[in-house]
Design a protein around this ligand. Sequence first.
Ligand code: 5RP
Length: 262
Amino acid sequence: MTTDLSPIDRAKFVAAKRAALEVKSGMKVGLGTGSTAAWLVQCLGEMVRDKGLSIQGVPTSSRTAALAKNVGIEVISLDEAQTLDLTIDGADEFDAQMNLIKGGGGALLQEKIVATASERMIVIADAAKRVDTLGAFPLPIEVIPFGWQTTKALVEETLIGMDVLGRTTSLRMNGEAPFTTDEGNYILDLHLNRIGDGRQLSLVLNQIPGVVENGLFIDICDTVIVGHGDGRVLVTDQDKEGVEESRFDFVEKDNIFADMDG
Ligand code: 5RP
């Protein structure tokens, strides 16, 4: 059945499996959101169950909270944890400086708060998430529902002065209704194609009334773990020279992950 896993799922799985090795008993761990982070939660759940790993997890979404509880991870709130040893999360894009676009799953606000409260952030991803310049993936920003159309117009006006290639924005939908985040907010997706200066854009967007947070993670990520469909894993760390390469094989019991939903 593991052979049924697509190469992309294998890549996500091995990245998650390698990242799980960074988690030690006693740690308070931020648990990301999305399909790659869901593999991680499954791996940690397995380590809790079979290897006596003892951790407390702070989920970045209600979806991840439900999954973590389901696999036997003790879940606490960020207020209970206050600070975290490590956060492991996926990303929609990362560049050579380990700056990120996140929020494809709509959880960017909690993800950014949790990652920022952590000593270390590890991103787990398949190789397709690596880009030379951020921006091909639409940049999500979380906005409050009150006056969202006014906020959208202000964002579009602001983008005129920014180093970006596209300027259209769209309200993220869930069927006929706006998609709402765990905080009850809306998401605007900014189709920028290329972001010349992510740091400046992030600062400027967060000045706009109605914008709660944006999906640019600048200087937050410390380590990127990239999985490949053939089982290879490449680890790049801000504090270490070079790239560490390892390989993970698929075994039959990995089947338990095959029907997982991110
Ligand atoms: C959710 C996120 C996810 O980490 C991002 O969308 C990547 O998801 P996936 O691992 O499913 O590709 O930012 O808000």
